[in-house]
Design a binder for this molecule. Structure first.
Ligand code: ATP
Ligand code: MG
Length: 166
């Protein structure tokens, strides 16, 4: 990673619908090889945001919580791209991440979304878009975006641009 490729942005999701639509705005921009890490406590809104990503990206099946299966693989009709949605909340041992095929997904150029990425921190690629979702009250969420590496910084700039046009 080139030194200096880091960017941050803070957004507010006033309602679940807004958080989902922010996810959709990101989903419209995702391309092969993008890595999105969604961090935040139970019920913060990681899956709500992911559902939005699925809508924006055009997944044929709506994104739901992969908490029990640990991994859901999604397709869309317009091309053969694949989006993998993983949740590490229940992973008994971080070394098991390998057996779920995370390196295959990453190296195969899939788009990868991680919930509970902190559980497998050491196995994550250094270049990624990390989103911390923080509960402000029952409804309001703060979403702190940190992009690392050139392509994810470009992705975050594109998101800024697309939301500024709304
Ligand atoms: N502004 C908001 N943004 C996102 N979710 C919200 C918001 N306000 C209320 N909610 C509610 O909070 C809940 C978030 O649930 P969600 O499953 O997305 O959390 P999660 O972070 O994925 O939790 P888990 O760690 O259990 O997977 C939903 O019931 C949603 O309707
Ligand atoms: Mg979830």
């Amino acid at each position: 990673m080139t030194a200096g490729w880091q960017d941050e942005w803070l957004l507010i999701g006033e309602t679940a619908e807004r958080t989902e639509s922010l996810g959709a705005a990101l989903g419209r921009l995702l391309t092969r090889g993008d890595v999105v890490c969604l961090s935040g406590q139970l019920g913060a809104g990681k899956t709500v945001f992911s559902r939005g990503i699925g809508v924006g990206w055009g997944a044929t099946v709506p994104l739901t919580s992969p908490t029990y299966n640990l991994v859901h693989e999604h397709e869309r009709t317009e091309d053969d791209a694949r989006l993998c949605h993983l949740d590490f909340y229940r992973i008994p041992d971080p070394r098991e991440a390998e057996s779920l095929g995370i390196h295959e997904f990453l190296e195969g150029g899939d788009i990868v979304i991680f919930e509970w990425p902190e559980r497998i921190l050491e196995q994550l690629p250094a270049e990624r878009l990390w989103i911390d979702i923080m509960m402000r009250d029952d409804e309001v969420r703060a979403l702190a975006f940190t992009a690392r590496g050139e392509r994810h910084c470009a992705l975050l700039s594109d998101l800024r641009r697309s939301l500024s046009r709304e």
